[in-house]
Design a protein around this ligand. Structure first.
Ligand code: FMN
Length: 325
């Protein structure tokens, strides 16, 4: 399949693996890229720019296909050394960066000078247009369904994607709630040039997260995620667990007086405990509603090949069949 996204990134299939904290290591990024998609290493999971340089070098050893690095500009307790991370990206020969969170404008000049293609993840049409205006090459349009940070507009993809298609000139991929060929065909129909998946890629053989995480996703239904940190306008969609219930109780009790300090036990330092040690109740960790559509743990190649084969069947048999009936 050829779309503006496969052309832009030099990939075989229009499928991207979004950056995921403590999941987006070289093992997953290379597996996705080797399967013809675009794998992405999560920059800030690496403690220092030097560690990121090592991770990039490891990934180069595992694949000769294009892969990217995610740089997330979110409110952090201590601001990371972003210029240092970008140097590691440039020195590592990376040509694709997925930015997310705040506006990447302060770093665009440095990235563009190095001939890097930037895909910015946005949860609204207005932020997508801003990304286009500051020179991003593409956007990843993340609907309300998504695992992680859906923003504060609560706009589901059935509306957000066609709205993005109406306004944007640069290509975009649909993100949030994407799991299979049905997601891809629907996204293309709504104007996207591909799709981005997070939660689905966590439940793959190569995802370097604990088996407990993969099992939790398989066992979860579409009803099992919760939105946390809404009162502090840092909304995150997470899988429900005992820590999340405690957090939501605190939010209810403290109301608008709640501060990040009040919920540190539930949100700080959670990811290594969950993703590496498999402590499923260690705190709040991102997961999409799409967990309800995930029932197996394929390899990335099995997943992507299956999606592409079924996409063709969906278009050629189901859709065209309806027209010719
Ligand atoms: C466990 C997990 C961690 C994530 N960490 C990040 C991150 O560090 N930076 C980022 O930009 N997005 C992050 N995301 C969001 C994903 O890149 C992607 O946009 C999202 O998962 C798409 O929704 P889906 O889960 O429904 O596929 C994370 C998602 C998950 C599930």
């Amino acid at each position: 399949m050829k779309t503006r996204i496969t052309e832009l990134f030099g990939i075989e299939h229009p499928i991207i693996q979004g950056g995921m904290h403590f999941v987006g290591f070289a093992e997953l990024a290379s597996a996705v890229s080797n399967a013809g998609g675009l794998g992405i290493i999560t920059g800030l999971t690496q403690k220092t720019p030097k560690d990121l340089a090592t991770e990039i070098a490891r990934c180069h050893e595992m694949t000769d296909k294009p892969f990217g690095v995610n740089l997330t500009f979110l409110p952090a307790f201590t601001a990371p050394d972003y210029p240092g991370y970008i140097d590691a990206v440039i020195d590592g020969g990376i040509k694709i960066v997925e930015t997310a969170g705040r506006n990447p404008q302060p770093y665009m000049e440095q990235l563009k000078k190095a001939d890097i293609k930037v895909i910015h993840k946005c949860t609204s049409v207005r932020h997508s247009l801003k990304a286009e205006a500051i020179g991003c090459d593409a956007v990843s349009v993340d609907g309300f369904e998504c695992g992680g940070h859906p923003g504060e507009d609560d706009m589901p993809n059935m509306i957000l994607l066609p709205r993005a298609a109406e306004e944007l000139k640069i290509p975009f991929v649909a993100s949030g709630g994407m799991a299979d060929a049905r997601s891809l065909v629907a996204s293309l129909a709504m104007g996207a040039d591909g799709m981005n998946m997070g939660t689905r890629f966590m439940a793959t053989k190569e995802a370097p997260c604990h088996e407990n995480v993969k099992e939790a996703i398989i066992n979860a239904s579409e009803l099992d995620t919760r939105l946390v940190m809404r009162p502090i306008r840092n909304t995150e969609r997470v899988l429900n667990n005992s820590a999340v219930e405690r957090l939501l109780e605190k939010e209810k009790e403290l109301g608008s007086k709640i501060k990040i300090e009040d919920i540190m036990d539930e949100v700080a330092g959670v990811y290594p405990k969950v993703m590496l040690d498999g402590e499923m109740n260690a705190g709040a960790w991102s997961c999409g509603m799409v967990a309800g559509l995930i029932n197996d743990i394929p390899s990335c190649k099995e997943l992507i090949d299956g999606i592409m084969a079924e996409t063709e069947a969906l278009i050629k048999k189901r859709l065209e069949g309806m027209l010719t009936a």
